[in-house]
Ligand binder design. Structure first.
Ligand SMILES: CC(C)(COP(=O)(O)OP(=O)(O)OC[C@H]1O[C@@H](n2cnc3c(N)ncnc32)[C@H](O)[C@@H]1OP(=O)(O)O)[C@@H](O)C(=O)NCCC(=O)NCCS
Length: 157
């Protein structure tokens, strides 16, 4: 298994992997994609990914086993946050490993590579959002040294 930078040729596979995650997230009641057809969701994701490939601040990494892409992570270098004394910070997400490949350190390898790339770009703080009910992801990020600091409050209007 190797971790490498994604290329435009990966887009269709990335859309599939992303969709796998969205379907899982529906159970956390994110309403946006659930109300659209699958084809419309695929088009939106493809558009978003194409934009990412034009943005030098976006880091897109994939895990490849043989010829198959089985995981990915997207990171973005953003300007100074309001809350932390840093010039830039690294926003993490989404991150996903295909269902049959989990618990084999692939997520760990993806995050290690992303953190390395952040550090190479002088980024010293990484942050991310994760649903409180997503226990596997919370377990994973805690194990990677992420600490709960801010509380993200939402209210549907
Ligand atoms: C979160 C995710 C990326 C983890 O990837 P992974 O390749 O399975 O993780 P790893 O094998 O590298 O796990 C490393 C450690 O994280 C923790 N961990 C991973 N999965 C876990 C789970 N289901 N429950 C609790 N802890 C977990 C464990 O400590 C694990 O070490 P161990 O296997 O020796 O116990 C994967 O579960 C996934 O794709 N989930 C769906 C998408 C998602 O929720 N993404 C995050 C939100 S954007």
């Amino acid at each position: 298994m190797k971790i490498r930078k994604a290329t435009r040729r990966d887009i269709s596979r990335l859309v599939e992997l992303w969709w796998e995650l969205q379907v899982q997230y529906f159970s956390y009641d994110l309403p946006y994609y659930r109300n659209k057809s699958k084809a419309a969701c695929f088009r939106l994701c493809q558009k978003r990914l194409e934009k990412y490939f034009q943005d030098p601040n976006v880091i897109l990494l994939v895990a490849q086993q043989g010829s198959a892409v089985i995981g990915f992570v997207i990171g973005e270098v953003l300007p100074r946050s309001n809350y932390h004394r840093v010039e830039t910070y690294g926003d993490v997400g989404p991150l996903g490993v295909a269902a049959g490949w989990r618990r084999q350190r692939i997520g760990t390898r993806l995050m290690q590579a992303l953190e390395k790339e952040f550090r190479r770009r002088q980024v010293r703080l990484a942050q991310l959002y994760v649903d409180r009910r997503n226990h596997p992801a919370l377990g994973f990020y805690r194990r990677r040294g992420f600490d709960e600091r801010m509380v993200h409050l939402i209210k549907w209007l």
